[in-house]
Design a protein around this ligand. Structure first.
Ligand SMILES: O=P(O)(O)OC[C@H]1O[C@H](OP(=O)(O)OP(=O)(O)O)[C@H](O)[C@@H]1O
Ligand SMILES: Nc1ncnc2[nH]cnc12
Length: 178
């Protein structure tokens, strides 16, 4: 498992899921591979800004990345959740993604003023989800200067949109032509 190309080979590609025309990049097959999962987290951890104070993951697949990274880095994890899951006072943002619309929510008070928050997810496509995450964290008073993903689908433009917001974006694997 010497290169990110080895990691890319562990991702299953499923055409026309969940809608015709979508090539679904399934990280579940990468996560099944013990060495692949460890290498993925180690390589993402090596990219994290040293002054990062909190790791934010987006439900559901983002939690798998955020949990492991927060543990390795010795940081706390902020949960950005799909609707109807948070018991406390919350703020939320609606967004559009490659194959539909959704909403994420965050507890009020879970980000400290000016806290430096790393945003992570398994994959960025159109960027709708990640931009909603940045918006929520900023509404909560935090700063997002960096975002990390296992997979980027650059042709869908999400990473470029995040960069236009001043966020530094990195990923381990890029799939062109999506
Ligand atoms: O860049 P975008 O076009 O917004 O797409 C990326 C998002 O889509 C997937 O999540 P999904 O909403 O399918 O939910 P899941 O994590 O619960 O599977 C993925 O995990 C990202 O969060
Ligand atoms: N093509 C894709 N594969 C997997 N997850 C996604 N989320 C948004 N687009 C996706």
């Amino acid at each position: 498992m010497n290169s990110n190309a080895d990691l890319a080979a562990l991702i299953r590609n499923i055409p026309d899921y969940p809608k015709p025309g979508i090539m679904f990049r399934d990280v579940s097959s990468l996560l099944l591979d013990a060495e692949g999962y460890r290498m993925t987290i180690d390589r993402l951890a090596a990219l994290v800004d040293p002054d990062t104070q909190l790791v934010a993951g987006i439900e559901a697949r983002g939690f798998i990345v955020a949990s492991a990274l927060a543990y390795v880095l010795g940081l706390g994890q902020l949960m950005l959740r799909k609707p109807g899951k948070l018991p406390g006072e919350k703020i939320g943002t609606d967004y559009t993604l490659e194959y539909g619309t959704d909403r994420i929510e965050m507890h009020v008070g879970h980000v400290q003023p000016d806290q430096k928050v790393l945003l992570v997810d398994d994959l960025i496509a159109t960027g709708g989800t990640a931009l909603a995450g940045v918006d929520l964290i900023q509404q909560g008073g935090g700063r997002v200067e960096q975002a990390l993903f296992i997979v980027d689908l650059p042709d869908l433009g999400g990473a470029a949109k995040l960069r236009a917001q001043g966020v530094r974006v990195a990923s381990l694997i890029g799939f062109d032509g999506d």
